[in-house]
Ligand binder design. Structure first.
Ligand SMILES: Nc1ncnc2c1ncn2[C@@H]1O[C@H](COP(=O)(O)OP(=O)(O)O)[C@@H](O)[C@H]1O
Ligand SMILES: [Mg+2]
Length: 271
């Protein structure tokens, strides 16, 4: 007689079937809020009860140092080089139930080196990884580095959707145009159907005419355009290693209009 004993977790994993969606936040510019927005929306998704994985695809590892207080054992580069299983490298974010991270070591990590040497032979390595993880997580968010090299391209084609954060500056719309052109080439060459229909104008200040003008100009195109206000609490929460939604500085949290913006974006992007 064979007695099969299944743990609760095992049964849970077998019965849970997710229609997983993977979103990358990307524009080939630094400092536009990619990490802030991807991290904040990952927190919001997890706070709402969805099993959410944030993958740090930036060799600088900013998202990892934001959310992880202790140095993890393995990183993303170890997984894609077959040095460990993905579930060995994924760690829970302790302060936020339902949020998990696949980290990258900013110091001493090997992701940059891997991207420069071996990634050319394996452009679909992140796509394969995301497919494998889709049975375990309901929502996957990728935080990317600036630029549009092999690593970023591999991450973009691993996604169902790319959302471009930008700051309301004079050259930002040019940057978006360049990204659209490059993405079209990538989609054609690698037969990718990744969606790119939303932009987020970050650090928006309604009192500044230039910000309003850039929002108007951006809204004339084919994109759905969101705004996230300038809010100093983001940086404070990052310094404290906290979710911006849960963090208080001298008993003050994010501004109500920042919270509203996050809620609207969060509700719309996962539909
Ligand atoms: N809406 C915002 N209001 C105020 N500061 C912000 C906002 N978004 C991002 N920042 C700050 O801007 C800096 C750059 O943001 P970051 O997310 O690291 O950009 P990226 O990942 O695109 O390089 C960080 O110090 C972050 O705290
Ligand atoms: Mg970043």
């Amino acid at each position: 007689m064979i007695i099969l004993v299944l743990s609760k977790e095992c049964v849970y994993n077998i019965t849970k079937v997710y229609m997983t969606k993977t979103i990358s936040f990307h524009l080939q510019k630094g400092g536009v809020g990619k990490t802030t927005i991807s991290g904040t929306l990952a927190c919001q998704s997890a706070i709402d009860g969805h099993s959410t994985l944030l993958i740090d695809v930036d060799p600088q590892g900013n998202a990892s140092s934001w959310f992880l207080q202790e140095a993890p054992v393995y990183e993303l580069a170890d997984v894609i080089q077959g040095k460990c299983y993905s579930m060995d490298a994924i760690v829970p974010v302790t302060q936020i139930p339902n949020l998990y991270m696949l980290p990258t070591f900013g110091i001493g990590g090997t992701l940059k080196n891997y991207a420069e040497t071996k990634l050319a032979e394996e452009p679909f390595v992140l796509q394969d990884l995301v497919h494998d993880l889709a049975s375990r997580f309901e929502r996957i968010i990728l935080d990317l580095s600036p630029g549009l090299g092999r690593l970023e391209r591999a991450a973009l084609i691993a996604s169902d959707e790319i959302i471009s954060p930008m700051t309301p500056e004079v050259f930002s719309l040019d940057g978006l145009e360049i990204f659209i052109e490059e993405l079209a080439k990538l989609q054609k060459n690698l037969h990718s159907k990744v969606e790119h229909s939303r932009i987020i104008i970050n650090s928006f200040d309604n009192r500044i005419k230039q910000h309003r003008d850039i929002f108007q100009a951006a809204s004339k195109g084919k994109f759905i355009v969101y705004k996230i206000p300038v809010d100093p609490l983001f940086r404070k929460a990052q310094e404290a290693g906290s979710a911006p939604q849960l963090f208080k500085n001298r008993s003050k949290g994010l501004k109500p209009n920042t919270l509203e913006a996050i809620n609207i974006i969060n509700l719309e992007i996962w539909r």
